[in-house]
Design a binder for this molecule. Structure first.
Ligand SMILES: Cc1cc2nc3c(=O)[nH]c(=O)nc-3n(C[C@H](O)[C@H](O)[C@H](O)COP(=O)(O)OP(=O)(O)OC[C@H]3O[C@@H](n4cnc5c(N)ncnc54)[C@H](O)[C@@H]3O)c2cc1C
Length: 755
């Protein structure tokens, strides 16, 4: 019998009210969403009053009323349809139609607004209703192609072309367990890419490139979807070896080597690290002694642990860029780079060179890493990469940079492009794993206590949503950040790169750690399936692991970043004016550390917690306060007579925290600027939510610090936690679209669980 006590217009709100009360979805701050939605609906004042009283958190409906709602809904026999844009609105309309048949084609706008703005998801209510769940095709308001396009931006042409190239059979996925076969395959792929012009992409036009790093960075990150070994080998050959010639050499070196390097006709390695000198490059022991009589430089490995180690491409290369202490007229001029032929045309090692395979590694076994020893190997003086230091015809050392410390950091600074690419590669690894884990979570069903409905998708567990949605949001924030930084790098190349070096140091560390944590989470999120090699996460985990160490160990890099922040990017950390700079920075920041307003500390409403002003201010405040306290502490130690190095060690852990805080603040700021560039308003809102999720998660992760500093009240901290969970469930329907938005070519998704 079709009888019930509500008017036909009010009736469609009953399933909503039932869900809201059953799942505790309305808080005092959200009542406004409900109010403004019904205000806009075609309801009379009596109906509005009645609805508001039924949604009043201060006076919840009785259990009896809620039981009646449930009976009314069940009696309609309407079943839920999952995976449509507004499942609860559609369900509610159908229930209302059952009692008052007023067939309509369009869903009520007010219901849709409540469903969207309160973030009500099927997992909040599907257990509440009778019947079997119907699954309909995924219809949502966002499109992965649009998301992909937004992210590709100005690089679209290069990316699309490269994605087409990846269709070639040479990039089909193969599982290797033999390092020699793997290395040979990767070498072929590198040569193929070089033939197609991708090796030289980052070089100047005269040497086959376009004189920009940005498209090169996009190519680099795409290679991660093929094989991380290929990414790294490609990076070593064209980025590290070729890049050292381009950035540390001059025209004579470019003319002689860059064309053949870009075409992979000359294979080279970048020999910087030594067994006992990795992070401390300044302290490497290899010597390069200039002999004026023969106009040659003698490269030598002095002691048993002074050999080069972990050098990529060591087994395949004919050339090496060797980093060594340059000795001219008996004086050490500091670390310089020298080109050295290590193999002859027949591929045999030259006299005085010893190379040993590093053997099997945890990952990246398609890359031939090895040790290299130099036993008094002579190379012509012209092989000195002489952009920052040269030897004149009289045999004297000359340099455009007087200060040897500054010269050293300037030389290393030119290699920062490689560091951006490493962060980009690691991020691609994370995106790849997130794609696989998300697709699996949208396929795999698991426990459900109600026997008459299907098991839940694992993606419908709030814990799973948190595990995947938060890193998905972060991946977009970091992608936009790295894309901006690499564009900036293209514009400041050959100028003052100090600020960008600081930014990249902080980002490389933060993002490669993020990638490793994410890949591990994705492995676990796929359960046992994630452990199978066919599903690709296992190898990815082992491959991306080392991204935290090479191109700068993360712990060391964060200190470098903090030094840049502390000195306001103005000066070298070890310069004489360092104490003055600390004083300046301390004073400058203390002026900006305004007193915290107690109203702000306690504010927990949705508008405030979702506002980018709150996020930016919170992230900035943390960086500023950490900078101020680190500068004050160091000044105090130095003033009491402690040498600056000891003072630095005293605050070392503090600096590491500062480096990471700086990366978070910078990333979020870049992302909010990026949001303004998105023309499509609907998708812009989706991206805004991703930014909010990133910011709130960052604040929550550091909640103890904010609580200690009185920046957040405990209530606010709890409210942020609740908001995070809600945001994840609000974004859950778009999980699939978001990971498709990465634009990973279909052929690269070989994992059976992701199909
Ligand atoms: C697969 C692979 C490929 C590589 N490819 C190349 C290549 O092609 N060319 C090349 O030149 N090098 C290459 N490397 C070397 C790489 O760059 C170094 O491993 C890296 O710089 C770290 O040096 P290390 O291994 O000596 O570690 P160390 O510097 O000895 O660090 C060991 C530990 O000590 C900590 N530590 C060190 N210094 C500090 C400090 N100041 N403060 C706090 N903690 C500190 C680090 O955090 C780390 O946990 C490669 C390495 C690997 C594994």
């Amino acid at each position: 019998m079709k009888t019930q006590p509500y008017s036909s217009t009010l009736l469609k709100y009953i399933p909503f009210l039932y869900v809201i009360w059953a799942d505790d979805l309305i808080s005092p701050s959200e009542i406004q969403v409900f109010k403004s939605a019904i205000e806009k609906d075609d309801l009379n004042s009596e109906e509005k009053k009645q609805l508001l009283s039924l949604a009043n958190p201060d006076n919840p409906p009785t259990l009896e009323t809620r039981k009646n709602w449930k009976e009314l809904i069940d009696a309609s026999g309407v079943t839920l349809t999952e995976n449509i844009s507004y499942p609860l609105s559609a369900f509610s309309e159908k229930v209302a139609n059952y009692y008052n048949s007023t067939e309509k084609n369009q869903l009520n706008q007010s219901l849709k607004a409540i469903e969207l703005n309160l973030g009500i998801q099927p997992n909040h209510y599907r257990h509440l209703f009778k019947g079997t769940l119907k699954v309909q095709e995924n219809i949502i308001p966002y499109q992965s192609e649009v998301i992909d396009q937004i992210m590709k931006g100005d690089n679209t042409e290069y990316i699309d072309e490269f994605r087409s190239l990846l269709k070639d059979a040479i990039f089909d996925w193969k599982l290797f367990r033999d390092k020699d076969a793997h290395r040979a395959h990767v070498l072929n792929q590198v040569k193929f890419l070089a033939e197609k012009g991708y090796g030289a992409l980052g070089y100047q036009k005269a040497y086959g490139g376009i004189g920009k790093m940005t498209p090169y960075g996009s190519i680099f990150e795409h290679l991660m979807y093929i094989d991380a070994s290929l990414t790294v080998k490609f990076g070593v050959q064209f980025g590290l070896f070729g890049g050292s010639i381009q950035n540390l050499g001059t025209k004579k070196h470019h003319d002689k080597w860059l064309n053949s390097t870009g075409k992979a006709q000359t294979l080279g390695c970048f020999a910087m690290t030594e067994t006992r000198h990795g992070s401390n490059v300044k302290g490497i022991k290899t010597t390069a002694t200039y002999i004026h009589e023969t106009k040659s430089i003698i490269i030598n490995t002095p002691g048993p642990n002074d050999n080069k180690e972990y050098i990529g491409n060591a087994l395949h290369s004919s050339m090496a860029t060797v980093f060594a202490q340059l000795i001219v007229n008996g004086e050490n001029k500091g670390v310089h780079a020298i080109l050295c032929e290590i193999r002859n045309k027949e591929g045999n090692l030259n006299e005085g060179i010893t190379v040993e395979d590093n053997g099997y590694k945890l990952g990246l076994n398609g890359v031939d890493n090895g040790k290299i020893w130099f036993n008094n190997v002579a190379v012509p003086k012209e092989n000195l990469l002489n952009r920052f230091g040269d030897i004149d015809d009289q045999g004297n050392y000359t340099s455009p940079i007087e200060n040897s410390n500054k010269r050293f950091f300037t030389m290393l600074g030119t290699l920062v492009g490689g560091r951006i690419c490493v962060a980009k590669g690691a991020l691609s690894g994370a995106k790849y794993a997130l794609h696989i884990a998300t697709k699996y979570a949208l396929n795999r069903r698991q426990f459900n206590s109600v026997s008459n409905i299907q098991e839940d998708l694992i993606m419908d567990y709030p814990s799973h949503q948190m595990r995947l949605m938060i890193p998905i949001a972060s991946s977009y924030v970091y992608q936009a950040t790295l894309d901006k930084i690499i564009r900036d790098y293209d514009t400041v190349i050959n100028q003052d790169t100090r600020k960008i070096e600081t930014q990249v140091a902080a980002l490389k560390a933060t993002i490669t750690w993020f990638a490793n944590n994410t890949i591990q989470e994705c492995r676990e999120a796929c359960g046992g399936k994630g452990y199978l090699l066919e599903n690709r996460i296992g190898d990815l985990k082992n491959d991306v692991d080392i991204f935290t160490t090479f191109e700068g160990d993360n712990t060391v890099l964060l200190q470098l970043a903090a030094k840049g922040v502390l000195t306001d990017f103005q000066s070298d950390f070890n310069s004489d004016s360092f104490v003055d700079i600390l004083k300046y920075v301390g004073k400058n920041i203390s002026d900006k550390l305004t007193t915290i307003n107690p109203i702000f500390t306690n504010k927990t409403d949705k508008e405030h917690l979702y506002s980018s002003e709150f996020h930016l201010e919170a992230l900035r405040y943390r960086t500023r306060r950490l900078t101020f306290s680190a500068a004050s502490r160091m000044r105090k130690y130095i003033k009491s007579g402690m040498p600056s190095y000891q003072a630095f060690l005293k605050v070392q852990t503090h600096l590491i925290v500062l480096g990471e805080a700086y990366a978070h603040q910078m990333s979020y700021k870049i992302f909010t600027d990026f949001l303004q560039t998105i023309g499509d308003k609907e998708h812009q809102q989706l991206f805004e939510k991703l930014g909010t999720l990133y910011a709130l998660q960052t604040i929550k992760t550091n909640a103890d610090w904010y609580l200690e500093h009185g920046y957040l009240s405990t209530n606010k901290s709890k409210a942020i936690k609740r908001r995070l969970e809600r945001l994840c469930s609000e974004l859950r329907p778009y999980a699939s679209t978001l990971v498709d938005g990465y634009g990973i070519p279909k052929k690269c998704i070989t994992a059976p669980i992701a199909k």
